[in-house]
Design a protein around this ligand. Sequence first.
Ligand SMILES: *[C@@H]1O[C@H](CO)[C@@H](O)[C@H](O)[C@H]1NC(C)=O
Ligand SMILES: *[C@@H]1O[C@H](CO)[C@@H](O)[C@H](O)[C@H]1NC(C)=O
Ligand SMILES: [Zn+2]
Length: 294
Amino acid sequence: MAFLVITGFLFFLWFISLFKVLLLPRIPFAKHFTHNGRAFRKRNVLLVIAHPDDESMFFTPTINFLTSKGHNVQILCLSIGDADGKGKIRKQELFQACVALKVPMQQVKILNHPDLQDGFGKVWNHSLLAKIIEKEITNCCIDMIITFDKYGVSGHCNHRDVHYGVTKLLHDTLQRDIEVWELVSTNILRKYSGPVDIWLSIFLAMLHSNGTMQCLVNVDSRRSFIAMAQHSSQWVWFRKLFVALSSYTYMNTLRKAEIQRIIQTVGTLDKKTSYCGGYGMCVLIVTHYNYTLL
Ligand SMILES: *[C@@H]1O[C@H](CO)[C@@H](O)[C@H](O)[C@H]1NC(C)=O
Ligand SMILES: *[C@@H]1O[C@H](CO)[C@@H](O)[C@H](O)[C@H]1NC(C)=O
Ligand SMILES: [Zn+2]
């Protein structure tokens, strides 16, 4: 009996939350990305990711939100995701996913650098990353970067290195007028709570009344599934499950990278090689193959 009540309650909670997610985009929210000060300012946003499918698996709420508000979104993917030798296919899949996400193909750049290859335990050079990203910023007049935080959602070392590369860039060019926002990694409970995480996400964003944390709600969650489905070589049952259960399908909490924090991080950066941990879905499926899962 108790089991039925709990299950019933969870279903109820899920649907109420889903309803909230569907409704919320109609309410003015995430003010920072809609009105900056008094006037609306169109931003050139660069989303920096490590692998084809990171954009669909983690960042669709952000992409959908920003494009729906008229911002210009560009994607820089630092590898073709060749850990399983499917790099060429995965590159094409990323272009297709971007069509689904309404990011024009010419605004998507995918690198295949010999020193930046997909893989668990492949350490990416932070200075090299910073150099590459800086070039992209200059070429495309970027004024906002969005990327992983230092845990990198799934703990994949490539995600974390991308974060450190951006951090290094920000540290080396402090005078630049560029905003960096990082995708907040949540604990495993929040991560797999689907739309239910909306309540806590909104609450946490509200706690930061100075606007350093923003909750972007997906204006079209269906598009996340469509985009992820373009990654056919990755679209296996457990990833389908992931996309349905993941809170990253429904919302993104972004935290503004603050200069003070950056300086502290970079101070310790050189001693650090990225820790290739990650529990995430790996708790569920622990095989060598699945480390590229997220
Ligand atoms: C990292 O990249 C920078 C810039 O390309 C290069 O100068 C440096 O030697 C590289 N470091 C290592 C350990 O490869
Ligand atoms: C913004 O608020 C948060 C939490 O209240 C605080 O930790 C952070 O330092 C503040 N940042 C700035 C720039 O005031
Ligand atoms: Zn990835």
